[in-house]
Design a protein around this ligand. Sequence first.
Ligand code: SAM
Length: 273
Amino acid sequence: MREEGITIERWKHANLKTGSFELDLILSRVTGRSRAEIVAHPQLKLSENQITRLNDDLRALEAGTPFAYISGKKEFFGIELEVSESVLVPRPETEILVEMVLTLAPKNATLLDLGTGSGAIALAIASERPDIKVSASDLSVSALEIAKKNARLLNLNLTFFHSNWYQSLPCRKWDLLVSNPPYVSENDPHLDALKKEPIEALTSGRDGLDAIRQIVSGSHDFLNPNGHLLIEHGFNQSEAVGRIFMTNSFENILSTKDYSGIERVKLGKFNGG
Ligand SMILES: C[S@@+](CC[C@H](N)C(=O)[O-])C[C@H]1O[C@@H](n2cnc3c(N)ncnc32)[C@H](O)[C@@H]1O
C-alpha cells in the first residue's frame, strides 16, 4: 500500500492503539494546523513527508518520550517554554507554588528559585510580577542554558547562578526562596515511567527528602528576617516536610493542596532568629 495521500482519518485509524489525544497533538505539530482543525477536517490529505515525520513522532511517543520533548515546547502558567531532555517537563501542579508566591510576595520583593530547570517557576513569576527581582539557580549547566534561553525569548531579566544548592551562591539574602526540588525516592517504582527525564531532576536519596533537608537547613543564611521558604514535595511527604520545617525554626507553616486535594507545597516563615 502506498501511503502518500492518505487522510488524517485513515492515519489515525491505523494508529488507534496510541490515544486519540496524543495522535491529534502530533498531527497538529507536523501539519502546522490547530487541534480543532485536525478534528474538524479528518478528510485532509497527508503528504509522504508528513507521514514519515508523524511515524517518527509516534515511535518516540511509544518509547515513552513525553510530547514536550518531541515538540520542544511546554506551556506553563500562560508562558511558552522551550524544553529539552536536559530539563524536567514542567508540571501543572507546580503552578500552585507560583500562585502562592503571587499572593504572598510584597511589592519589590527579591526571590530565588533553587533548581530552576527550564526556568518555569522563576519565569512565570517574573512575567506576572515585573516588580519582583527574580534570581534562579541550578546545578545542571545544560538546564541553566535552557532557562537563560527561555528568559531571552520571553524578554525577562533574571539573574542566574550555577550552584549546588547554596554552595556557590553570592553572600546575599532574599525575601523568598522557592523550590521544586527532586523529591522522588531512589527506589520508587514510578521512575520507570519517567525514564526520559533527567534522573538528577527527579530523585533525592532513599526517602526522596535529601534535597529538601539540604534546602531547608541551609536557608537561614540566605533568607531575610520574616522571609518565606516555599517547597513543592511529593504526595506522601507533607508530614515529613512539615517536621523538617519545624526543626529548622520555621514559623506559620502552611500546606497547600493540589487540584486533587493532596498537600503538595509547604510554606514557612523565617523568624530571623
Ligand atoms: C524537579 S526539577 C524542577 C525543575 C523546575 N523548577 C520545574 O519546576 O519544572 C529539580 C531541578 O533541581 C536541579 N537540581 C538537582 N540537584 C541540584 C543541586 N544539588 N543543586 C541545584 N540544583 C539541583 C535539577 O537539575 C532540576 O533542574
